[in-house]
Design a binder for this molecule. Structure first.
Ligand SMILES: C[S@@+](CC[C@H](N)C(=O)[O-])C[C@H]1O[C@@H](n2cnc3c(N)ncnc32)[C@H](O)[C@@H]1O
Ligand SMILES: [Zn+2]
Length: 321
């Protein structure tokens, strides 16, 4: 049976509004996440192909936009990708960068795809970032397996997940007020939507079993609570976060954990910079796995299974279920 998908377009969910809601100030989480991503990206050696998986409207683009030759924003939501395209297009205009496809900076691509079936050849990405997507995945093993498949040997994964064993949840559990069973290893579904929280040990095993090794785990947004936000304010919270980050990371204190992992190498692997120049060099048909594709704008056709994938306004639509 196919996995259920958290389809933002189908439900008309406006994800950008979540961040811009004037009633809930989320600048603390936003800034905390971005500063950790920037720090972890410094550990990425090869900078040819990068993918932001579950990129949404491109909120995190400014953390990696200048760091890679080729950037692919992947998301199941075409509406969010269109927003990302507008936002990045606007930013490029301001910096007078050369225009590429659809008037965009030549090396930024927008791909609608299902994270369970990525349209990439094996081992093509130097780095894959995925933030706030994992909590929508009902089959985490398949997700991490698919992610690992497309990362190059020695390539990096930066994966964020919602931590069900975070400090405030443990306190709630001690007072029998937790709905999350923070000590059990299995993922816990919150509410009726596809929204899962994970135990750090569960994620660790998933990542290791998929052929990646964990280099670092960072606990983020440790004080995400409206009372702290009101009393302390963003700047002080970010400062405290930074000071205590090593100890908070060690005990997996916070509600959001960022893992930096590396794809293991076999001795025969060539780990020099990848030779893929164009998007057509890294794509494959997510339905049959063939890389024999014909790019005949406005569509891509798989020569093997004959499935076609439309390219609409610069968005490659490779979604399959
Ligand atoms: C909470 S948003 C996070 C967006 C962005 N990473 C950020 O942090 O701002 C989750 C994103 O994951 C995408 N998503 C959910 N399930 C997906 C799937 N199966 N394949 C690809 N994207 C998916 C959603 O469309 C949405 O844009
Ligand atoms: Zn095919």
């Amino acid at each position: 049976m196919n996995n259920e998908i958290s389809d933002y377009d189908k439900y008309g969910y406006d994800y950008e509004a979540y961040w811009e809601n004037p009633k809930v100030n989320r600048s603390y989480e936003n800034q905390a996440e971005k500063s950790v991503i920037k720090k972890l990206l410094k550990k990425v050696k090869n900078r040819n192909w990068f993918c932001d998986l579950g990129a949404g409207f491109g909120r995190l683009f400014d953390t990696y936009g200048d760091d890679f030759f080729n950037i692919i924003l992947v998301d199941y939501s075409v509406e969010n990708l269109k927003k990302a395209q507008e936002k990045i297009n606007e930013a490029n205009k301001l910096t007078n960068l050369p225009a590429g496809e659809a008037g965009l900076q030549a090396n930024t691509y927008f791909v609608a795809a299902n994270a369970y079936h990525l349209p990439f050849k094996p081992e093509v990405l130097d780095c894959l970032l995925s933030v706030r997507m994992m909590h929508h995945m009902e089959d985490p093993t398949a997700t991490v397996g698919e992610i690992s498949r497309v990362i190059r040997p020695e390539g990096k994964l930066i994966l964020e997940y919602a931590n069900k064993r975070h400090f405030f949840e443990v306190i709630r559990a001690l007072f029998k007020k937790s709905k999350m069973s923070p000590f059990s290893l299995e993922p816990t579904k919150r509410g009726d939507d596809l929204f899962y929280n994970f135990h750090p040990k569960y994620i660790k095993k998933l990542i290791q079993d998929s052929g990646l090794k964990i280099i670092q785990s960072v606990s983020v947004s440790n004080f995400r609570h409206k009372v702290f936000k009101k009393v302390l304010g963003t700047k002080i919270m970010l400062f405290i976060d930074k000071i205590f980050r090593p100890i908070f990371s060690l005990i997996k204190f916070g509600p959001s954990i960022f893992v930096l992992a590396e794809k293991k190498t076999a001795e025969k692997d060539d780990i020099s910079i990848s030779q893929y120049l164009n998007i057509s060099d890294v794509l494959l048909c997510p339905k049959c796995g063939s890389d024999d594709l014909m790019i005949l704008k406005p569509e891509i056709r798989c020569k093997k299974c004959e499935r076609t994938y439309p390219i609409i306004d610069g968005v490659y639509d490779f979604r399959i279920e």
